[in-house]
Write a protein that binds this ligand. Structure first.
Ligand code: ADQ
Length: 450
């Protein structure tokens, strides 16, 4: 079997790297003697011009450092202040700086140069996410003819958002150099096709084959899953955390997100406020736990969202709290996985209401963690990729606080029978379409490109 080479923005480091993607790719990397390449997470004054190899995983890992200025331009700048907001429908939050676009191209070109001497002629190369769109084009420019696939973890922008990129045609030229483009949801495939039609040249050939900017390639939908079996086991074994005892007496509603404007956290706080205004009978009967560790705080839009959410939570607690009851608890720290699994299991409602999201793994983790005899209710945004396959959740419009608050009220009084019926269908999907199913499907499709 030919070797699998994976490249993602961050290399999973540590002696025992874990996380969904690592689990998904572990088998394929291990059995093919594979290699995973990524950023070390370190910025330095003078980055080395070779990859650094790391021991400790059953497959090879190699990292590169970045110069401070390159990290600012490539990661904070073009990736997270242009591409991320555009892919999440927030052109208003972009910060377009020509130097950042140059830095993005420069870093991708450097990664290609670092990689190329380690590639073998029959390697399969799998590139992950929006930080690395130009990588295949840079590798092709260095003479690499191997099969190269790309998987986009976040939504693909529609024509209006693509048109707000500094040089939209360039995006499609970059993408045309892959052999397989993978998307999370049908929505993304449609956006890609329509944007390419309006801003570049695309022709549908047959099946999943297209000609994009003159080059033949394939594209398809591969909805990512979680490591379901291990998550179910973790939730079953989870011990109740001491601090949660303070919530007894009320049913818990849980939200777990990176603190990001795409996740719709202020909108869900407002919906919860409306619930408490319109349903006094639920006072002291429902407690909302929102876990949201800050990310990317060097970017201004992320500092703003933190202030807004803290302010809202304070206001709602000030308005409704009693001596015995704090309506919203807001935790800003990452939580160990087994604790998270236990919290999901205790929660009567899982609240997953992003304004835009590639897939959203929290929705799947919440379902996997439930006690099948007395499961909770998932409230899910129609704008999460997960909504395409999780129709048995209560599907809501995250911009509509009335609809969301009524879904919360409905979940609170839903019969055990209805909860079990909905949950068993959701669970079947999460079990069948887990992360190994996802990676196997993608790698089969990549093999078909040859
Ligand atoms: P993210 O935007 O990071 O991922 P998501 O899919 O929800 O979003 O994954 C978050 C992960 O982090 C989950 O596994 C969750 O359990 C964990 N997590 C979140 N908050 C945590 C906390 N406080 N403590 C511990 N763990 C926490 C991107 C895309 C998504 C896509 C994934 C995978 O934006 O749409 O589903 O990639 O492709």
């Amino acid at each position: 079997m030919s070797r699998l080479v994976v490249i993602s923005n961050r290399l999973p480091l540590g002696d025992n790297p874990s996380g969904g993607l690592v689990v998904a790719l572990d088998d394929a990397l291990r059995s093919s003697g594979g290699l995973w390449i990524g950023f070390s997470g370190e910025t330095v004054a003078q980055p080395s011009d070779t990859l650094t190899f790391h021991d400790g995983a059953p497959f090879q890992r190699a990292s590169f450092d970045l110069a401070d200025a390159d990290h600012d331009a490539y990661y904070l700048g073009f990736s997270n202040s242009v591409l991320w907001p555009l892919c999440h429908g927030r052109a208003d939050l972009t910060d377009i700086v020509p130097d950042h676009a140059n830095g993005y191209r420069r870093v991708n070109a450097r990664i290609a140069r670092l990689m190329v001497e380690h590639l073998r002629p029959d390697d399969r190369i799998w590139v992950h996410d929006y930080q690395l769109f130009p990588l295949a084009a840079e590798l092709r420019a260095l003479g690499v003819r191997n099969p190269i696939g790309h998987f986009l973890h976040i939504p693909f922008p529609g024509p209006a958002d693509c048109a707000a990129m500094p040089n939209p045609h360039e995006l499609f030229e970059w993408l045309s150099q892959y052999d397989l483009l993978g998307f999370q949801a049908q929505r993304d495939l449609s956006n890609f096709t329509e944007s390419a039609r309006q801003l570049a040249e695309i022709e549908h050939l047959d099946g999943n084959r297209i000609r994009l900017c003159g080059r033949m390639l394939r594209r398809d939908v591969f909805p990512i899953g979680i490591d379901t079996a291990s998550f179910i086991a973790e939730a079953r074994n989870a011990q109740e955390e001491d601090r949660m005892r303070t919530l007894t007496g009320a049913q818990m509603m849980i939200g777990v997100d990176r603190l990001d404007y795409s996740k719709g956290i202020p909108q869900r706080f407002r919906a919860f406020q409306l619930l408490l205004e319109n349903h006094p009978e639920l006072h002291e009967r429902i407690a909302f736990l929102q876990i949201a560790p800050p990310t990317r705080e060097a970017v201004e839009a992320y500092r703003d969202i933190r202030e807004e959410t803290e302010h809202l939570a304070g206001r709602i607690n000030g308005q409704f709290a009693t001596v015995n009851w704090t309506p919203i608890r807001f935790i800003h720290r990452p939580i160990p996985r087994h604790v998270l699994a236990g919290l999901y299991r205790q929660a009567r409602i899982g609240l997953v209401t992003p304004l835009a999201d590639g897939m959203n793994l929290v929705a799947k983790e919440y379902v996997a963690a439930q006690d099948v005899s007395d499961p909770g209710v998932l409230i899910l945004s129609r704008f999460a990729g997960a909504a395409e396959t999780m129709g048995e959740a209560l599907i809501v419009n995250p911009h509509d606080p009335w609809e969301m608050s009524e879904a919360m009220a409905r979940a609170m009084c839903m019969t055990a029978n209805e909860r079990r019926q909905r949950h068993s269908i959701l669970l079947r999907g999460v079990v069948e379409q887990d992360v190994s199913w996802w990676s196997a499907g993608y790698l089969d499709a990549l093999a078909m490109t040859q």
